[in-house]
Every structure is written in C-alpha cells, then in structure tokens.
Design a protein around this ligand. Structure first.
Ligand SMILES: [Zn+2]
Length: 261
C-alpha cells in the first residue's frame, strides 16, 4: 500500500513535470513565431554569393527582426557593417558611426538569433591581448565545436581594431575586392560588446567557419567588423548555442543565374 502511494506520487510529479516542460516549450514556440526551433540561427544569403560579387539580396530588416534580436551582417551593395543587439539593428559605415536601420532596407547576408542564454552559459573571461587569445579562451569554454554558437562579450577593451567597407555600385566587385578598400580604425580604452558567432568547419561555402565578431561600443557611438582586440580581465561572455540553422536564399535573378561550381 505504501509502495503504491509512493508510485502514484512519483507519477503525479512526472505528469506535472511533463506539463511544465510542454508549457515552456510552447512558450518559446510562441516567442519566435513558431520558427524552426527554440533558438534556431537564421541566416539570409550565403558567403559564397558575396565572394562572387552578388551583393544584393531581398531579405528586409523587418523580416530579419522576426527571426532574431542579435547578430551581424551587411547591407545591399555592401554598404557598411550590420550589428544587432537587444533587438536594435545598426548600420556602421566607414565613418565608424552606428545608425539605426529602417525595416525596409535589404541585406544580401545576415545572421541572427533570438539570443536567450541560460544562466549556465555565462562565464567571466581572463585578459586577452589579441583576438586569437580571446578565441582560444572561448574555445576552452564552449562545449563542442560542432554547434552554431552565438557569442556575446561585454567588457572593457584596451584596443578594438575595427573596419567597415564602402558602398559599391553595379557592376559589383567580389568580396575580396571590396575588403581591399576597407577603412580600418582603432578604438582605445573603450567599453562595449562583441556580437558574433562561432560556426563549425562544415558550413564552408554557406558561412564563415570559426569566429566572426562585430563590435558596438557601450555608448553606441562606434563599432564595426572586429579585426583584432585587446580585452581586459573580467569581461562577461554569454552563449546561446543552437543545433538548428535556418537558411534563406535570395530570390533575385543575380543569385538565380549565378554559377557556384
Ligand atoms: Zn563582419
């Protein structure tokens, strides 16, 4: 009798747990509009298309916002660097100044996620004197190199070496040709956030394997694509790792006619 009562108590608590789990799961479905998963990385366009000079896409920032509040990318014509943090989207041209992005603007390449790290996905970082040192420190923390990891780092930087690229006109050059015209600038003793991703090696062709970070200063007055940095000890790193990548390809004729062989 006593054993049976214990069993039914266990069953009731299991049912309770199941209901709670379903409620939490459905809650997160509602949060992202029922998209591919709880926290799928959403990507518009491919890095290969940019490399071939297909610098226009048809993904609007209004649509991108539906899929995430955190991420990076660029704009049609490679008109600067894009960074998204806490639901705000910024365009950083070669003057290094972040501007708000209108919902109707379009991008040929962007990656976003609804950034929702758990409390266990937060670590304090040691000092690092270069971006390579920082990446090595992150590699030691992240559990597997085969997931899609969104990474946010908040801290004080002795140096951020950043770049942006100038807007291009048709006929478009390749990505390498545009990067050759990049404007590089250094930000010293600055508080801010690195917003980025670490992608596995097998995304080659679709995205850039390894780390890719854009910087945004705490005062929102500077930023860009991070080339190198020196970070003081005590910075906070937060992660949101995902098993899901939702990829949306451009629907325009330049993309449709391109040969990727
Ligand atoms: Zn970038």
């Amino acid at each position: 009798m006593e054993v049976e009562m214990r069993r039914s108590a266990v069953s009731i608590s299991l049912i309770g747990l199941l209901i709670l789990t379903l409620a939490l799961f459905c809650g997160s479905c509602a949060d992202n509009g029922g998209a591919a998963g709880e926290d799928a990385v959403y990507q518009a366009g491919t890095i290969t298309a940019l490399q071939q000079g297909i610098l226009e896409g048809d993904e609007t920032f209004a649509d991108l916002r539906e899929h995430g509040d955190f991420g990076l990318g660029t704009f049609n014509g490679l008109d600067g660097e894009m960074v998204a943090l806490e639901g705000k989207f910024y365009q950083i041209r070669t003057d290094g100044l972040p501007r708000n992005v209108a919902g109707g603007e379009e991008t040929p390449f962007a990656v976003v996620i609804r950034f929702e790290p758990g409390s266990a996905q937060e670590k304090t970082l040691p000092a690092s004197s270069s971006s390579d040192e920082l990446k090595a420190a992150l590699d030691r923390i992240l559990p597997t190199s085969n997931d899609f990891d969104a990474v946010r780092i908040d801290g004080t930087f002795d140096l951020v070496k950043a770049r942006s690229v100038p807007a291009q006109q048709k006929p478009y050059p390749t990505l390498d040709e545009v990067v050759a015209q990049q404007t590089v600038y250094e930000l010293h003793e600055i508080k801010g956030t690195l917003i980025g991703f670490r992608f596995p090696s097998f995304v080659q062709g679709i995205n850039q394997p390894g780390y890719h970070f854009h910087f945004l200063s705490e005062d929102r007055k500077s930023g860009g694509h991070m080339l190198d940095c020196s970070l003081r000890a005590g910075a906070k790193a937060t992660f949101d790792s995902s098993k899901e990548l939702e990829l949306k390809l451009p629907g325009n004729s330049d993309f449709n006619k391109a040969s990727f062989n």
